[in-house]
Design a protein around this ligand. Structure first.
Ligand code: PEP
Length: 249
């Protein structure tokens, strides 16, 4: 069965609540499609107004992060059940900005993935290599280590419903997109890794996105690749261009 595309915006630390609602209204008619799932991953403070603003549309809402504990003395954190109760369906886990600036390690990310799944959220698990790693020729070794570590204790059935985002760090926010061939090669490598850990059925079911300077001009070619099931889009998700990315065909 063909995998359904999923195109998600990662708003990062942009948009006040009122700006967020305005953006939803601007994008409303532009992101209509029957062919792909469309998700806005938004700052925590924007979740409630954005859930309200997209009601009755084809857009689902995602969070950009969460903590793995259920509740308690974790000042500043947000748990999975809070997200679910607010109407969130997806959560980005392990974005390279979280791994880098906030020192999130694979052991922590594994706990977050498991908790998100347990709560009924769909994790968008990010992985990707630095430019140095690519130049050293260890891209796939690095990504396989991330994937294997982040999925410890996650069942095949759970993985089938997940989304994995391949995001080369050197392509994020730089305007430097991976070539179609580079993106396809790694997304296929991730699918092969899933087949090794689990089985072919699981590998064929999991959706793998490409992220890193996706824009209205390169989306069609990237998303046409056999192992690329859509995109995780940063900068371009904050503009009307996101409608063109969603309707890339
Ligand atoms: C991202 O933040 O996940 C991302 C891919 O950003 P950009 O599209 O701006 O490179």
């Amino acid at each position: 069965m063909a995998r359904r595309k999923i195109i998600a915006g990662n708003w990062k630390m942009n948009m006040t609540p009122s700006q967020a609602v305005e953006l939803c209204n601007t994008l409303k008619d532009l992101v209509v499609t029957d062919e792909a799932d469309v998700v806005y991953c938004v700052p925590a403070i924007d979740i409630i107004p954005v859930v309200e603003a997209v009601k009755g549309t084809n857009v689902e809402v995602g969070a950009e992060n969460m903590y793995f504990e259920d509740k308690g003395a974790y000042t500043g954190e947000i748990c999975a059940s809070m997200l679910v109760d607010a109407g969130v369906k997806y959560v980005i886990i392990g974005h390279s900005e979280r791994r880098d600036y906030f020192r999130e390690c694979d052991c922590l990310l594994n706990k977050k993935v498991k908790k998100a799944l347990e709560a009924g959220l769909t994790p968008i698990l990010c992985c990707g290599e630095s430019l140095e790693q690519r130049e050293m020729g260890v891209t796939m070794d690095w990504i396989r280590l991330q994937i294997k570590s982040d999925l410890v204790g996650v069942t095949a059935d759970q993985v089938k419903g997940m989304v994995i985002a391949y995001e080369p760090i050197w392509a994020i926010g730089t305007g430097k997109t991976a070539t179609t061939q580079q993106a396809q090669e790694v997304c296929k490598g991730i699918r092969d890794c899933i087949a090794e850990i689990y089985d072919t059925d699981t590998a064929e079911a999991v959706r793998i996105q490409y992220g890193g300077s996706v824009n209205a001009g390169n989306a069609a070619e990237l998303f046409a690749q056999p192992d690329i099931d859509g995109g995780l889009v940063g900068g371009a998700s904050l503009k009307a261009d996101f409608g063109k990315i969603v309707n890339y065909k």
